[in-house]
Design a protein around this ligand. Sequence first.
Ligand code: NAD
Length: 450
Amino acid sequence: MRLTIIGTGYVGIVSAACFSEFGHVVTCVDIDEKRIAEYNAGRVPIFEPGLQDLIRRNVKGERLSFTTDLAEGVKGAEAVFIAVGTPSRRGDGHADLSYVFAAARDLATVCDEGCVIVNKSTVPVGTASEVEAIIAEVAPGKQLHVASNPEFLREGSAIEDFQRPDRVVVGVSSDYAKRVLAAIYRPLFLRETPLLFTDCRTAELIKYAANAFLSVKIAFINEIADLCESVGADVKGVAKGIGMDRRIGNKFLNPGPGYGGSCFPKDTLALLRTAEQANAKLRIVDATVEANDERKKEMARRVVTACGGSVEGKTIAVLGLTFKPNTDDMRDAPSLVVIPELQAAGALVRAYDPEGRSAAEAMLDGVEFVDNAYRAVDGAAAVVLMTEWNEFRALNLPRIRELLAEPLFIDLRNVYEVDEMAKAGFHYLSIGRGPVLPMEQLRRSAEVIA
Ligand code: NAD
């Protein structure tokens, strides 16, 4: 089949590469000329494991191409997927749909009659209807179908997620659109992936409800981790114990510095705005957003507390800046809150991230960026493990210990074991696993940062 993907960010390019791997002929269109030039030169402007090889193979097989020319890009396409950004609208948390609507407006005039326009971007309930209205206004009488196909891939394992998803959700309002989408996803159906067909509004809400639920799980285990610290329990054991219950499941139960990334923060906010407009209460999601915002600041307080109540003039080494490993995406990463809080408390921050440096440099002022973990910790008063990249899982601990001015290791991802770190001579603090910090000390550092 002939498909077009509008937008070549994380979702667009992964979808395009995987659809072409299924055997479809895919054209990618982006308004960002630099980005398209990079792809056409054989370079991939984002970091995603396995993506470069997949693109190369399918470009060579003439199933994948890139252009900035929309009219050219949609020629002969049976379906066009909109995969443009839907960031938080500045100030109010609503999803900014201007990119989606602009794409829909342009597509209405250039798409062939009968084409299915599929929203792959994460969009609030009712967006498919709005896209239909735009088409009716721009190209009255033209027969175009609108469908909703939210994407659930995770950065860092995006290709595997796309090719082996738990399910594919498709919202349609015509039998024709259903047949086209079923044909596009036939290779997955043959692998027994469930295809869930529903109406567009339901499909749109499934995406937000899924992300909100996962955010709740993370915020929940973070609060349980705090309780573990106060009562001397081990959160890893608690997570394992509850995760064995299939009604709960063992995923998304790793405590840490709060969720971040390009989806959960903006999608939970957008869902709250949708609920407000609909006069429905989403108290649990509301509490989750608040708890998660507070959590990031709390992580900075912990560092200050661990440093004896002050970080004034001290160098703090930070390992990992991206919101999770295996991506260069810095959007809403916890490091973007923790680091400025530490700087405001007088710390000098030296940081290393395997892939996120260039994005981080544009978002973090006054940070000294270095090229490896050992340079980061050299002479530092403490090291904070912020993102659990694989290369931080087997650090040369004696060397780190020797390089640090103080043997203080703050592990916000529970990568290491408490005993192992004690043996290695560290004062080791992790999440939800002792030692218990005296409340009085916590309060004092809260005052320093507030
Ligand atoms: P992104 O910001 O990385 O990329 C968006 C791309 O769209 C950019 O390259 C931009 O230049 C291009 N674009 C904007 N307007 C355009 C237009 N009119 N024509 C052509 N190209 C245009 O976005 P992303 O992270 O890939 O996310 C895309 C959507 O998918 C969002 O709604 C997001 O919420 C959703 N989503 C993202 C993820 C993820 O992990 N990143 C996962 C699931 C769903």
